[in-house]
Every structure is written in C-alpha cells, then in structure tokens.
Design a protein around this ligand. Sequence first.
Ligand code: MTE
Length: 317
Amino acid sequence: MSRNRPPRVPPSEITPPDVHAARRRFLQGAGAALGALAAAPVLADAQPTGMPLTFRRNAAFSTTEPANSWQDITTYNNFYEFGTDKSSPSRLADWLRPRPWSVTVSGAAEVTGTFTLEDVLKPHALEERIYRLRCVEAWSMVIPWVGFPLGDLLKRFRPTAAAKFVEFRTLFDPKQMPGQRLPVLDWPYVEGLRMDEAMHPLTIVAVGLYGRVLPNQNGAPLRLVVPWKYGFKSIKSIVRIHFAEKRPRTSWERAAPDEYGFFANVNPEVDHPRWSQARERRIGAGLFESRRPTLPFNGYAEQVASLYRGMDLRRFF
Ligand code: MTE
C-alpha cells in the first residue's frame, strides 16, 4: 500500500489541453442556453392586441376555469368563410373590413331598417364574461368575451307577438371572405334561435376578447355567443337579424340535417352520428391530460334546462 504515490493515469485518458478547452466552452454554452430556456419560454404566446375596450367584469356569469390563451383563441378557429382548417382564419382574416359595417333588421318587429354598427352598439354597456365554448367537433376552450346581452339589443326593435324565432346571417362577400368562393356551405352562413333562447340572459353579442376589440377571425365586428349550444350556433360577423314566424333553416341543417340539428344543445348523451359527444379535448391542455367529460348544456343546465322542459332532446338535437 503506498498512500503517497500519485495515482497513475494512463496516457489515453489525459485530455489534450485544446480539446479540454473546447469541451469547457461547449459546456458553458449549453449551460447558458439552458439558463435562457428556464428564463423565457422558447415559444412565447402572443399577447393580446387591438383596441382596448371599456367594460366591467361579470363574475356571476363567468366560469372560474382558467381561460385559454389569446394565442389559442385567435389561431385555432372555425370560420369557414376563411377556409376549413383551424389556422386559415387567422392567416386570411385581414381580408375582412369590419368597419364601416351595418346591420339590417327585418321581419316581425316595429322597428326595422339598416343601422350602422355604431347605432347598434352605442346604448350597450359592455361586460366581460368568461364562457366555456364547446365545439361540435368535441374540443372546447374557455374564452373571456366582452359583449352585452342579445336580448337587450333585440328589445330595441320591439318584436311583435308574431316573432317566434330570430334568424342571423353572416356577411356574404367573396372578395372579403375567400372561403365563400368554394361551395363548402350554402352561403351566406345562416343561424337561428327560438325567441326565448335569444332573450335568455346568457346569450350575448360579443364585440371583444381579452378586453380588446374582437379580432376578425373570431367574428368581428359582432357575433353571437350561446354558451350552452355547440359552437356552430355562435354565428360570426353578423349583417342581418330577421324576426321570423317560422323556424329558419340554418346552414348546417341544410348541409347535413342528420348531423347538425337546429337546437344543437350540448348533450353528452346524444352522439354525433360519426363520433361520441361524451367527452371533449380542452385546447391547450397538457399533452397527457385526458379528455374531460362533456357536461349537459355545457355546464349551464341550471340556467337553461327549463327552456326545453317536455321536449325529447334526442329528437330535437
Ligand atoms: N360563423 C360563421 N359565419 N362561419 C363559421 O364557419 N363557425 C362556428 C362558429 N361561428 C362559424 C361561425 C363554429 S363551428 C365554431 S366552433 C365557432 O364559430 C368558433 O368560434 P371561434 O373561432 O371564435 O372559437
């Protein structure tokens, strides 16, 4: 045993000084890069843009679930007027000019005519409501909308007793909406609500998102949000409101009546003919997070189930 003898290192294990220096530089660089990774996410989400709006928060009508990011809400869209894939609306929506804009009101009401966007919006105080949006394609998001109750707008036109339904139409202009050059749907996009659904306090006209003016891809300058129904009822970029005696035929009903009913209430027990509606994927959730159960009326049953008392929701899907 010789305690004082230096350990013997075979020559093959001695690193030449230049290689040693290079290795140190590499390790230092890697350390710095890892530090930067920890300090700032590499794929930073885009921050909200657009004109800020003045509004009050409506906590009573808001979910406490965490909202999706601005990035998710403004780049993963369904707006077939700008193409059928989720990313095309955010890429093409610059084509739309949401101002000047006008809305034509017709049908069974005392006040009808064409109104400027400013006339339509002016009397309404804006509020923020954080709603779940459940798309018929079995994904969902949580969205902080800014808007006001649709019922407050409709009352201004003094609908008559003959008005049983309200029909809404999106702008038809293939120059601004290139997706309308293809016969994907029977344009313009048409949606409708029964009068009591339209007047329900949960139904809103949205003009903003995350406190800012609504981005075009989300339906500027004004769209519906009906949170207990599948997302396709929440029609975007509205130019016409018609008070009707008969139930309107909506675009999706005309395209596939067996798949997209007029009522379209979120219902985990009534499957779409091609997929289950029992669960949903929350956009932006972790890769390994499982699909969450879909709630009847998208979680708004307490407020709206009474609207459908006595109706067979399998038949009127
Ligand atoms: N409105 C019009 N005019 N055109 C559309 O293609 N898509 C609907 C609805 N409103 C659509 C529309 C569907 S299927 C959904 S899920 C929601 O808009 C999506 O709204 P978002 O992109 O703001 O999340």
